[in-house]
Design a protein around this ligand. Structure first.
Ligand SMILES: [Zn+2]
Length: 316
């Protein structure tokens, strides 16, 4: 009996990454090539087809072992119909990508947004392996996320569920406007962008901090300063952790997840972030609702998207 394989595609604005997973979500082979957005939609689709065929050719597996292809895409999608409604970074507008790729590859194709597939990847084969109900928060330039219920991505009424970065957590007096147009979203404080903004504000105010001598402050620099005992940096980390913990307490009351998985560049801060987060969560969440629920770092890193995309074939 020959083993089934599943291909995950991470369709980005610059590169297309593809990977072969087995039925357990183990990433066995990867390949990447340029997206070539400027050449247009057909060319991008032709590149996906080319890379998918290439990776199978280069692997020990046969085309007949391929059960299907899943793709993670940043943008607004109609997941049910397999249509990219709007994805500015790849220049797609109303592209029925599922039908077009199924035609090219003659295999089943599934799509979902990049945050959801990353969450599914972690839940299927990463930090949440074996856990059926979990919530992922990805702390990067923004804050993305995904809700996994009974092992599958929860889509909500129009496929927008899991936009955890836009949970309003900051009180009016301290709130600033988010990229989404609303005030006080989690993303304004707990993303790398939010952390850098808070650091720049502190420096401009003239707060005494080692960050004042840094030419271009990065989120990692803020965490490093906090680890070295810089009080201003510690306050910023505590604030980012407080609002994330508050959002987690809110979602715990709604969904009672077994696990919170925290990924993205900011999560690399390690204990200084996680210790604070666990304390805030414990403080704000009713005791029965926190019992057994763990808060852990993501483990798949940048591969979460490919693995989760492959997982769409089995878990959606
Ligand atoms: Zn927002």
């Amino acid at each position: 009996m020959s083993e089934s394989i599943y291909i995950g595609v991470d369709l980005g604005g610059t590169t297309i990454k593809v990977g072969i997973c087995n039925v357990e979500g183990q990433l066995l082979h990867t390949y990447e090539g340029p997206t070539e957005v400027a050449k247009g939609v057909d060319s991008v689709l032709a590149n996906i087809e080319k890379y998918v065929r290439l990776i199978v050719e280069q692997s020990p597996f046969g085309w007949e072992q391929l059960e299907g292809i899943g793709a993670g895409i940043a943008g607004f999608l109609n997941v049910r119909d397999g249509v990219v409604v709007l994805a500015p970074n790849i220049g797609f507008r109303d592209v029925p990508i599922r039908a077009l790729l199924e035609e090219r590859l003659a295999k089943p194709v599934k799509i979902d947004n990049d945050a959801n597939v990353a969450a599914l990847g972690e839940a299927w084969a990463g930090a949440g392996k074996g856990v059926d109900n979990c919530l992922c928060f990805t702390l990067g330039t923004g804050v993305g996320g995904g809700i996994i219920i009974d092992g599958k991505i929860y889509q909500g009424f129009s496929g927008m569920a899991g936009e955890v970065g836009h949970i309003a957590v900051v009180p009016d007096l301290e709130a600033i406007q988010c990229g989404c147009g609303k005030m006080g979203c989690l993303e304004t404080v707990s993303s790398a962008t939010g952390i850098i903004r808070m650091a720049n504000d502190a420096v401009e105010r003239g707060d005494r901090t080692s960050l004042a001598t840094v030419e271009k402050i990065a989120a990692k620099g803020v965490f490093d300063a906090a680890k070295a005992g810089d009080e201003v940096a510690l306050r910023i980390v505590a604030r980012a952790a407080f609002y994330l913990g508050k959002a987690m307490a809110t979602t715990a009351a709604l969904l009672n997840p077994e696990m919170f998985i925290i990924g993205g560049g900011v999560s690399k801060a390690g204990d200084i972030l996680f210790d604070e987060l666990r304390q805030v969560f414990a403080k704000l969440t009713p005791e029965p609702l926190q019992r057994g629920t763990s808060i852990v770092p993501a483990t798949l890193g940048n591969d979460a998207g490919i693995v989760g995309a492959a997982g769409l074939l089995l878990r959606s």
